[in-house]
Unconditional design. Sequence first.
Lengths: 361, 102
Amino acid sequence: MVKRDLIIVGAGPAGLSAAKIALEAGLSVTIIERSPMLGGQLTKQTHKFFGSKEEYAKTRGIDIAKILISELDNYKDKIEILQEATVVGMYKDYVLTIYQGNKYFKLEAKAIIIATGASEKVLAFENNDLPGIYGAGAVQTLMNLYGVLPGQEVVMVGSGNIGLIVSYQMIQAGVKVKALLEAAPTIGGYLVHAAKLVRLGVPIITKTTVKKAFGKEKLEKIQTVKLDDHWEYIDGTEAEITCDALCISVGLSPLHQLLSMAEIEMIYVNELGGLIPKKNSNYETSMPHVYACGDVTGIEEASSAMVEGKIAGLMAAAGLGNPHPNHKQLEKQFKDQLMNLRQGPCGVKIRQGLEKAGEAI
Amino acid sequence: MRIEKHPILSFEKKKKIHFTFNGKDLVGYEGDTIAAALHDNGIMHYSNSIVKHRPRGFYCAIGNCGSCNMTVDGVSNVKTCITPLKDGMTVLSEKDEVTIHG
């Protein structure tokens, strides 16, 4: 078996950023990506980013993806990219099993960076598996990547930033957003996003959730219900909304399965989305030379995923005895950047989560 | 249904791709995944749950949940949400059968 220097699993914001730094340091890099395109969730994010210049603030996600991909162009002889390839197995001897084109094969690596990201959570209610009920990110993919409409009249569940942004993007695409439901008493995401929806006439209904969906082959309508202070249904407050699509935006779970398979030490942290790997401040897991970065280490924003990726790339190179020429300076720069991103009221949950995970920030 | 006008993105008409779904001739466009092309054709029911045979469409669109698995060109359990559509593809609803070997 040919041994690769560094294999990166996942070509989203974290994986691509890790690749760039590791290539700069002189490593050969193999990137394995499940989807036909590189960029991960950035490829469907038409909104402009917040943050600072280093994290491409004021640039749209779709354009950040193009920047990250083009940055790898200088290293054509050092980089190998496998697309439409899924890593289905990871083992303690640094071997990965890959499924591509209906074939399985194995690759061995000296170092591995897991940047698999996250998947959307589902919400429990009767008939929640009817076609027409989608993750909000799935709808964003359908619209912004393929130009296909999810439906004509849609209800969104969840008022976090994804729920708010995707609702707005549905309106941009010509969909009627009939309502946005939020189980909590207050809106979860940035008020600047919510205000846009309110101006466009979308009712944001708090303390309310979906109780039941109706439809034979596909979704036809939903029943909503009010929630009390203990998140219990209030009988008699049921109401119906006709819709042909329902978007669920109730959070994300880290895609930890490969790490778990290699018996890497994990910890459950609710604030960070679920099961995440234990890691040191260099983003190295309990398995030496195996790093994790981006949403798989806890749900945050693409901005922090990119910085985490850079740290993982930097450390993977140093760990193999190939330190980046500006290692010291970059380490400080990236770690400071991360700390800045996590400051302020929006970073509270992340700071609490990291503390529970035993990581100082 | 396709997006007609968009303030940020432009979707120019791409090359047509012909494929079949359960024997019916359909048209998609270059760059589509199988799931996106089916949805554009108004088809949302891709597979069935194994025990209760409930209809399933796609859910995550990132190749994770398995809800959109279909039989494509004779290969079962193809994740249609991340598989590009190709000319002449034969797409079948996933059969709700489980075969235990051995």
